[in-house]
Design a binder for this molecule. Sequence first.
Ligand code: PA5
Length: 452
Amino acid sequence: MAGISVDISGAEGFYSEEMFDEEIRNAQKSLDKLVSHTGEGREFTGWVDLPARYDKDEFERIKQAAARISQDHDALVVIGIGGSYLGARAAIEFLGHSFRNTVAATRPNMPEIFFVGNQISATYMADLIEVLKERDFAINVISKSGTTTEPAIAFRLLKNLLEKKFGVEGAASRIYATTDREKGALKTMADKCGYETFVVPDDIGGRYSVMTAVGLLPIAVSGADIDTLMLGAQTGMNHSVHEKGAHNPALKYAAMRNIFYKKGKTVELFANYEPACHYIAEWWKQLYGESEGKENKGLFPASVDLTTDLHSMGQYIQDGQRIMFETVLNVEHGRHTVRIPKEENDLDGLNYLANKTMGFVNGSAMRGTALAHVDGGVPNIRINIPDMSEMTLGMLFYFFEIACGVSGYMLGVNPFDQPGVESYKKNMFALLGKPGYEELTAELTARLGRAQ
Ligand code: PA5
């Protein structure tokens, strides 16, 4: 079975063999620390063994809940932010139809899926409520802490809408809460109101949680095969944990990006050539940004959707500050083949591409762009994935997670905390007048020079 491969030929000239060998050895040491759960943040490394030891009873319950939601409701609203949002969205967009909600409206047992609680826009919320008024919908509210402001506000509003439409009991039967096993406001509310609950394990942080109930319930509702997704993660585990040195694709990736960092690159630009990979990039940015961006260290993870962004960001990549390298996600076989037709009069001058596939054109764009960027001083790492299946996605999620844990240890940070995320929350709570923040409210109000 084809797996993930990492091609570093686009980095030639930017490193020596000795340097690469040394970084591979460092990466191997970091991996050993990670899999033996002996490194910093070890209490949040439960995801490392997850593919081999996930809770099979809960997994069955997830599938049953997904089947019920798919049969009984027009739509599922997924409420969550950050690690409680991005993985599910990445998977659903990668695996599903490009126009999923439009198609869902015409097919039985295929609920539309909407995401909310990942920002605080009243415009978005009002528009969503207008759409949902016409639908029989279920909610999957996801929050490990159970207290995050963005999803909490969205949940209150949409729970109210459900209660108005279906009564308190009818609403409760449509709400699924994914949260801490024991504590937090959401868990308390779920127990009191009788919502079905799923668990975010204690030893798995948000950005590493896609293959727990956090990601699995929405992904299963989308119609994707979560058994195969987990099988992919197990296969990924075999490759990314058990293979040694440069044979291990995760170690190769971690070693190479660490070389670029040491050589002075400050930005890792994740480039994809499939619109369905847009949210894979968003998920990847959170994973690497929150794991490595601390103690004034870390590569800044950025992303571009190509070829779209070659017409906006292409100039900078080719010719701006030489601060970046590219990580190109190459999908070897898309889900469909589309051939460019021949036209007798060739008014658009495209007949030189007649009978060629769009995949061939896209691949040529990828190869040509990478070479141009290398010539412009932007080297690359290419990550090849065979296709857009559940199997591949399970492998890919696991590959990026392991490489991220390894990279964080190589950098000398704890890849499993996120102290920086708290600062904005404290200020927001103070400015909103949340009880307990009075002193900070006074301080910030004075700084802003206005009365609250
Ligand atoms: O990675 C993280 O820890 C964060 O992005 C969280 O996932 C995000 O803040 C949501 O937190 P919670 O699930 O507690 O609502």
